[in-house]
Design a protein around this ligand. Sequence first.
Ligand SMILES: [Cu+2]
Length: 248
Amino acid sequence: MLELLGMPPQAATHAADIDNMIALIHWLMLVLFVGWGGYFVYVLFRFRKSANPKASYEGAHGKFAKYTEYAIIAIEALLLVGYAIPAWALRVASFPPENEAVVVRVVAEQFAWNVHYPGPDGKFGRRDIKLVAAENPIGLDRTDPDAKDDVTTINQLNLPVDRPILVHLSSKDVIHSFGLYEMRVKQDAIPGMSIPVWFIPNRAGEYEIACSQLCGLGHFRMRGFVTIQSEADYKKWFDEQEKQLTNP
Ligand SMILES: [Cu+2]
């Protein structure tokens, strides 16, 4: 239904919850729009000049308007407390443990997404701002033992399907925003901060990383790709990357 209305396919486990909330909010807005619109037309007719030659300075009596307001407040509170806050809490307070998740760093810059995998040792190598260069955009120090097996890519994020993904998001320059529409993920990347984002992709395929903050003149081309693949394909891809590290 939502896909027919132009929503992207749902490619993460929490996508349906977010879409349900969006749908509920839109239903409420539709009811309010029709309700207020109908009321407006009624008032135009009911208080027309010919039927009310003399203006009433008292205004309308009756409790209907008051109760309608209370009902709308109650529904909005229900949406906030029953849906929005729990959905948000799950994203920002219930991170998967690092040893179960695929952990990856994404470093945004004008105008690219740098991806940094810790490699089989599970440890991210040291990074040094002095080492930042065109061929080493994140300044990875390859002399550090933890960095030896680290894999870096530009604008390409490969991830296995059906596993929790934990992205540590940061930025080298300005505020960017990590937007994976199909996975219903959007998080600002803020210089000086490392922000964790997690999700479980549940549909293999090729998706896009869109920068969702106007971050400069090249914002339009700040576009990366996410490949969600089976565990076996992901491992194969990763092994190829490792091979290239040892004999480039
Ligand atoms: Cu950007």
